[in-house]
Design a protein around this ligand. Sequence first.
Ligand SMILES: NC(=O)c1ccc[n+]([C@@H]2O[C@H](COP(=O)([O-])OP(=O)(O)OC[C@H]3O[C@@H](n4cnc5c(N)ncnc54)[C@H](O)[C@@H]3O)[C@@H](O)[C@H]2O)c1
Ligand SMILES: [Zn+2]
Ligand SMILES: [Zn+2]
Length: 380
Amino acid sequence: MKAVVYKGPREVAVEERPDPEVQAPTDAIVRITTTNICGSDLHMYEGRTSVEPGKILGHENMGIVQEVGAAVDRVRVGDRVSVPFNISCGTCRNCVRGQTSFCLRTNPVPGVDGGAYGYANMGPYDGGQAEYLRVPYADFNLLQLPPGEDHETDFTMLSDIFPTGWHGTELAGMQPGDTVAVFGAGPVGLLAAHSAMLRGAAQVFVVDKEPDRLALADKVGATPVDFSQADPVQQIADATGGTGADCGVEAVGYQAHDPTGQEHPELVLDNLVGAVRSAGGIGVVGVYRPDDPGAATEPAKHGRIGFDYGMFFSKGQHMGTGQCPVKRYNELLRDLIIAGRARPSSLVSHELPLDQAPEGYQHFDQRDDGWTKVLLHPAL
Ligand SMILES: NC(=O)c1ccc[n+]([C@@H]2O[C@H](COP(=O)([O-])OP(=O)(O)OC[C@H]3O[C@@H](n4cnc5c(N)ncnc54)[C@H](O)[C@@H]3O)[C@@H](O)[C@H]2O)c1
Ligand SMILES: [Zn+2]
Ligand SMILES: [Zn+2]
């Protein structure tokens, strides 16, 4: 089969790889119809992780079940499915409590819980930016979709970024009627804003500096805030009569930068502490890493990020963090799509054949104008 492979910093290639096979009776093989490039892939692409060259990338996958192992009895060959980016066993202590992003059995890396496809530190699993993907614990992990081809570009957001955006609002403790400050107008931030609107926010601010992304924020009904024009904390304070937002979502991650492009890993955390009112909540779904050899400062190289903790404490705020347990939300979000209430595809900018993945990575990584979300279709 053809697969997108990490070669080294800022280099991916499409190579021939053996088709995946059923290895355990609980496995399924999925023929990929759509697989997305994610902001999380860019951390690897830019050489800012320990991912090994040769790894097949891709954790945002959907397709048609091609083959199932002998112990798979819920999922059938021919089913159209969304594959959550988390690989979870379904029976460990964390999975049983719904914490499928911290499965205790699927990641052999010492000290790290939770597995994922095609990702640094998340276990030995191939990604799905390929023609086929092996899915462990298929009965537990796969989400059934209606047959046919309807809503393909909406359903493809169910494997990661739509649940992740929703999770950001959940971690922030968002309530109907809240004013919500979302930092980052990448795909995750835009779907956090969409989620906040679906959950009855009174107003949603979305902070970024990329004009095309801020325009999309406006399109989902949010108020764009351009941090290259003026301090975003002040802009949100001014717009809320000095009170600040009721809660906030961090959808940027450790490569947060100032308007000149200089990285400051604490910048958005500080901004959120400033922009959210006292006793408000902050949901951090942007990724931070325990090790980052490419970081600008010595402490940050070891994941030690000095944010404004004193003010965070004084304001009595609370913060939730971590990878999203996709299974907690993907079914309800699927049904909101089917009902016509949710339209996560509104941010899709490009649909490319797998062969053009290198071009897709390059433009999305540069945040080139109009490259907000790239979908790959192996059959194109
Ligand atoms: N927790 C999870 O389960 C999960 C899942 C998917 C993605 N992620 C993470 O979410 C983050 C966002 O993902 P994405 O796909 O939207 O990525 P992205 O890189 O496309 O978007 C990030 C956006 O943040 C903006 N930004 C940079 N500095 C900023 C600042 N100081 N203030 C405001 N905005 C700023 C950038 O201009 C960019 O538009 C990444 O860190 C990604 O790894 C986490
Ligand atoms: Zn992703
Ligand atoms: Zn588990």
